[in-house]
Design a binder for this molecule. Structure first.
Ligand code: FAQ
Length: 329
């Protein structure tokens, strides 16, 4: 039923004839690869789509700190602890750049946070899976950050200026995250038989959830057609998922680990790996709030929001006092 619903709404990209004069001028700018800036005229749906995507992206960076933050106190060496701490702090920074980019579209960070906590806005499905062992820190860096980069490198060319500029900095930092994850996997895969088993187990559990990060298959993607016409998205969900598989399989081979997909094989005719699609029912269940850790993750964010209320109120009181003093001078 869901698939039918999204298929019908997936169409609906206006033809030039159906566009207003403003919309045609806007589309011409997009087609000429001119960046759209906050004060430029934009269709209301373009603005709403960006708020949804950038806001979700920001929430993902913030919620995404939780599964790794869980391991900072248990990192096996001081060096690993420092690296993981720096990585998790980077994610907080990514969230802030992205909230700031979304704020240029007339929505406040407080509003977006309230919408996250009420379940109106989403965050990436991947962060609803638990991180059970240290090897999961390797799998998250290698696969989750690897998938994030695959999706975000093209977003550096997205049509909305503030979003594209935020992505340039984020991508630089994501590459370090992916490398640190692969380095953990390499140590584990070349370690004792028990460590290698842990690395394989982490790959087994994170493989399909990582493939889901790219969103539903193109046939079921609600927003792709319009978002690509507006160059908010540069590639389809399936294109990026395929690129990720093609890039990751040789990396797994180098580690001596097996991708948990018996039907995975190189297709010389297509020049790509054939692979088994994720269980889409599981994906839709997770994004509806029924994944293994949804309640825990939103509970943690709600508690942090409530516990930080006095700081926000204090800062606002200070800012108001300052503004009143300046106005009186
Ligand atoms: N999870 O029509 P489409 C990271 C929803 S950053 C949850 O194809 P769209 C860094 C979608 O919202 C990871 N929901 O949607 C890090 C829509 O529902 P709605 C985040 C998903 O937007 C690493 C519906 O399904 N990255 O990991 C997901 O055109 C380690 C239909 O889907 C970004 O956000 C999903 N995976 O394409 C941090 C990148 N997929 O809103 C910490 C920017 C789809 O109508 C530690 N975003 N949905 O109710 C995008 O590129 C796009 O939004 C897609 C989805 C590709 C994710």
């Amino acid at each position: 039923m869901y698939a039918q619903m999204v298929k019908s709404t997936g169409k609906g990209v206006k033809t030039r004839e159906e566009m207003s004069e403003d919309e045609r001028a806007f589309q011409d700018k997009i087609d000429a690869d001119t960046k759209i800036e906050p004060r430029d005229w934009m269709p209301e749906e373009y603005r709403k789509t960006l708020v949804r995507q950038i806001g979700q992206h920001a929430h993902s960076e913030i919620v995404g700190q939780l599964p790794e933050g869980n391991w900072i106190t248990r990192a096996p060496t001081l060096e690993r602890k420092m690296i993981l701490l720096a990585k998790v702090q980077d994610e907080a920074g990514h969230g802030l750049y992205l909230y700031a980019a979304a704020e240029t579209l007339g929505v406040s960070r407080d509003e977006m946070t309230e919408d996250l906590l009420s379940g109106k806005m989403k965050y990436s499905s991947i962060f609803n899976y638990p991180t059970l062992t240290w090897a999961d820190m390797g799998a998250v860096g290698w696969l989750v950050d690897g998938a994030a980069i695959m999706n975000q490198v093209p977003l550096q060319r997205t049509s909305y200026g503030p979003y594209s500029r935020a992505m340039i900095r984020i991508c630089k930092e994501e590459s370090f995250h992916q490398r640190q994850g692969y380095d953990i996997m390499m140590k584990m895969a070349q370690g004792s038989p028990e460590q290698k088993r842990m690395a394989q187990d982490a790959l087994n559990r994170f493989w399909y959830p990582s493939l889901m990060m790219f969103g539903p298959s193109d046939a079921d993607s609600v927003h792709s057609a319009q978002s690509m016409a507006w160059k908010i998205k540069i590639n389809t969900n399936d294109e990026l998922r395929q690129k990720f598989v093609d890039q990751t399989v040789p990396q797994a081979e180098y580690l001596g680990l097996s991708i948990p997909d018996p039907d995975l094989k190189w297709n010389a005719e297509r020049g790509h790996y054939d692979f088994t699609e994720p269980d889409w029912q599981e994906f839709f269940d997770v994004i509806k709030g029924n994944g293994p850790c949804n309640t825990e993750r939103l509970g943690d964010r709600t508690r942090a929001w409530e516990e930080g209320r006095w700081v926000r109120e204090g800062l606002m009181a200070h800012a108001n006092k300052r503004a009143a003093r300046i106005a009186a001078e």
